[in-house]
Each structure stands twice: as C-alpha cells, then as structure tokens.
Design a protein around this ligand. Structure first.
Ligand SMILES: Cc1cc2nc3c(=O)[nH]c(=O)nc-3n(C[C@H](O)[C@H](O)[C@H](O)COP(=O)(O)OP(=O)(O)OC[C@H]3O[C@@H](n4cnc5c(N)ncnc54)[C@H](O)[C@@H]3O)c2cc1C
Length: 414
C-alpha cells in the first residue's frame, strides 16, 4: 500500500510549516501554490516603498523543501474543492488526497465597494507591491513635470486607508521616502511638501494594540509629518481622490490597508464560515464532519479569548505545525490533539527607527531601542543580498522560529 497522500494548499506561513512538519513522516506530501515562492508578507510594505527588492522577501518553495524527499511542489491554482470525492480541482487538473490541509490565507476586501479596488491598491503579494512602488515613484515624476500647482499637490498627496499595523507601516515608510530619501532629488518641488494622510474609520489607529501604544504610534507618525485622521470612514474613492463624510482629499495614490477576508476557496468546503469567510474549525483544526480536512492560518476561525486567533504569522505557523502533528498521529492510528494558541505579541514599525510592540507577558514597548538590525543569512547557494534594516515587522515570526528568512541574527541597535 502506498503512503497516504497529504495535499497542502498554500505555501505561505501555515502551509509551508505544515509541509516541513511532515518532512520525516511516512506520507507523500504535495504542496500546491499559485506562486512558486514563499513570501515574507510582513516586509511587503518595504518592497512597496522601494526599501527592499522582491528577491529579498520571496524564496522559491522548491528551494526551501529541496531536502524533503517526500515532498513535491506544484505550481497550480486551486479552483475548488470536492470534499465528497476527496479531490482538489485545479485550473488544469485534479489531485486526490487522503489528508487535506487548506492554508490559502486571505485576500483583500473593500467591504462591498469592490469598485474601489481599481483606485485603492491593496498590498497582498509581490505584484501588488511592485504596482504600488511604481505608482508612488511615478507620482513624484509627474509632480516634477507639471506646472499646475493644484495637480502637483494632488500628485504629492498619498492616502493610506486603514490604521492597522500595515497602514501604519506604509504611512511611516512613505513619509520617510518623501522627507528623507528623496529630499534632494527633485528641482521643481520640495519633496518635504509631500502629504501622507492615514485614514482610520475606528476611534484610533492600531485598534488591536493597547491604547497607550496606539497613542505613541499616533504621536510618532504626526511628528514625522503624517496627518492621522481617525473616526471617519471613507465614503468614496475615485481616480482623483478620497471622500470622507465632511472632506474630500485629492490624491493620485490611494493605498488600501483596511481589510482582508479568507480565501474564497473556503466556500467550497461546505462548512460553517464566519463573517470574514473563515472556516469555523473544530478544536483540532479539522472541518466538522471531515476529520481528513484541516484548515489553518488566515483561512481558519479558531476561538481564542473573547474572539479568534489573530490573522498573523505566529498563529499560522503554530497551526501549520499542529496540523502536521495531527496528520502524523493519524498515520499511527492516534486521535488528533486540540490546538492551543500561544500569544507571541504584536509589533508595528514606524519608519526606520521606531516600533511599538505588545509583547504579551513581557509587557509593552515603544522605543527607538526596539529597532533591530536583521541580517538574513540565506541557506545554500543564496547569499545575503543586502543587510536589511527591518524595524521589527517580522519580530512575531522570529519569536516563533519563523521559516523564513531561514536564519536571522537579531542585534539591538547600537
Ligand atoms: C502587507 C502585510 C503585512 C503583514 N504584516 C504582518 C506582521 O508584521 N506580523 C504578522 O504576524 N503578520 C503579518 N501579516 C499577516 C501574515 O502575513 C498572515 O497572517 C500570514 O501570512 C497567514 O499565513 P497563511 O499561511 O494563512 O496565508 P499566506 O501566508 O497568505 O499563504 C497563503 C498561500 O496560499 C496561496 N494561495 C491562495 N489561494 C490559492 C489558490 N486558489 N490556489 C493556489 N494557491 C493559493 C497563496 O499564493 C499563498 O502563498 C501581514 C500581512 C500582509 C498582507
């Protein structure tokens, strides 16, 4: 009898961790992803703001699992799941499975205003990051060429919608580009006149962080020149700018960091979903009624405290490991174990030298000392492309023993 076939959908944080957890298991693993690389999403904003190259944060999946003889990587887009036939329907074929781990993450959502997507760019993958980078740099180029002052002001106004960690990080990086990096690069306008507006519909930025840290983040952003607007939901976005209830902000570049929902694939599981499209999994991460299917990471709604495990790398990594463990237990005829989430805290960076961190039992931190120099030391034949100044975004992942970068040395800033 051949070894059980484990199909893992998604080579992100959860799926890759599950694959690695099965490296020595008596199973055949097929890891399917629509991209051939694993992406370190926490640093996408640095690619979008021209601080890093794509190759600094994306590594081929095959390269990562090349030493795992039982694992095959397939570049394919999953169309739907046929749970009755235990088959994964790809755009160009099918895969039968004995165990299925769904780790297809999340996608951007514009809360019923999908027409805004054209004007308000979301940041989810490398393509998005490169498109955003291009729009930002082209806005500066256009500002250099125009003689129309109102148009120049519109070109030099960047609006970031959504005051969560990604929005805060984007706003901080944008204002730094304009006021520091490009400070001397243009002749017909003063890059320091660039306006960055961070719009949050809720009462404060970093709603999931303690209020004290949110206040520090706001002060820091405002000190850097970001206008922070809270309590004002966006009412419209079009090609020329953003509308709030009582104000119109002319802008050529609008970035959307306001929301995600689970990958649409969760719908074809026929399971109960929460409002964000995430599968309400059983305590062992399986789909109720389907012990052979587990859903992990951003696609899963896993109860924790008063809500659910946050959609962040540590949760996905822990669930990936746990899913692998339960598959191994199944191969030994043992019952699955319930998943227990361990909170590793949250962190948001603002510019290159400031971060706020809620570190669980370690308490709260807000300081320049929270900055670290991260030097990716890549395995195998890949040499470090550059010493990267990460200002902590990936700290949650590093605490977790993150799968990529394979080795990271963290040193406190001198
Ligand atoms: C810009 C940004 C910044 C972030 N910053 C942080 C941070 O600082 N700290 C933190 O902890 N978390 C952060 N997150 C959240 C974190 O990245 C996610 O919680 C984590 O990636 C979830 O892991 P996952 O395995 O569920 O999904 P993902 O890592 O998103 O992986 C999903 C994979 O599934 C693949 N896929 C999806 N649909 C299909 C399909 N139909 N067919 C084939 N393949 C498919 C995708 O290509 C992808 O590789 C950030 C996210 C973003 C977008």
């Amino acid at each position: 009898m051949s070894a059980p076939h484990v199909v893992i959908l998604g080579g992100g944080f959860g799926g890759l961790q599950a694959a690695r957890g099965l490296a020595h298991a008596p199973v055949r693993v097929t890891l399917v992803d629509q991209n051939n690389h694993h992406l370190f999403q926490p640093l996408l904003y640095q690619v979008a703001t021209a601080g890093l190259a794509v190759t600094d944060i994306a590594v081929p999946l095959r390269h990562i699992v090349r030493a795992q003889a039982n694992t095959t990587v397939l570049l394919a887009r999953v169309k739907e799941l046929d749970v009755a036939r235990r088959a994964v329907v790809l755009e160009d074929g099918e895969l039968a499975y004995d165990h299925l781990i769904v780790a297809t993450g999340a996608v951007g959502t514009w809360f019923g205003h999908e027409e805004w997507a054209e004007h308000a760019l979301a940041l989810k993958d490398c393509r998005d990051a490169l498109e955003i980078r291009s729009r930002i740099l082209l806005a500066f180029e256009a500002a250099e060429r125009t003689d129309d002052e109102a148009e120049r002001a519109r070109l030099l106004t960047f609006v970031v919608i959504g005051g969560g960690p990604t929005g805060v990080e984007l706003a901080g990086a944008l204002v730094e580009i304009a006021h520091v990096t490009l400070a001397k690069d243009f002749r017909r306008f003063e890059p320091g006149s660039t306006r960055v507006v961070l719009v949050e519909g809720g009462p404060r930025v970093l709603g999931a962080f303690p209020a004290e840290l949110a206040e520090s983040a706001t002060q820091r952003l405002e000190g850097m020149g970001v206008r922070v607007v809270t309590g004002k939901p966006v009412t419209n976005i079009d090609a020329s700018g953003v509308e709030l209830a009582d104000e119109r902000i002319p802008s050529a570049t609008v970035l959307w960091a306001a929301g995600v929902r689970a990958s649409p694939l969760t719908h074809s599981l026929g399971a109960e979903l929460d409002r964000g499209g995430r599968v309400r999994v059983a305590p062992d991460l399986s789909v109720p009624g389907h012990a052979e299917i587990m859903v992990i990471g951003d696609a899963a709604a896993v109860p924790w405290r008063d809500g659910t495990v946050p959609g962040m790398c540590p949760g996905a990594l822990q669930m990936g490991r746990h899913a692998a463990l339960n598959v191994v237990r199944a191969t030994h005829g043992e019952a699955p174990l319930p998943f227990v989430y361990r909170d590793k805290g949250s962190l948001a960076t603002i510019g290159r030298s400031f971060a706020v961190a809620a570190l669980g039992k370690l308490g709260h931190r807000k300081s320049k000392r929270m900055t670290f120099r991260a030097v990716p030391v890549l395995q195998g034949d890949r040499r470090p492309s550059s010493a990267v100044w990460v200002v902590g975004s990936s700290l949650g992942g590093v605490f977790e023993g993150c799968s990529w970068p394979p080795v990271v040395q963290w040193r406190p800033d001198p």
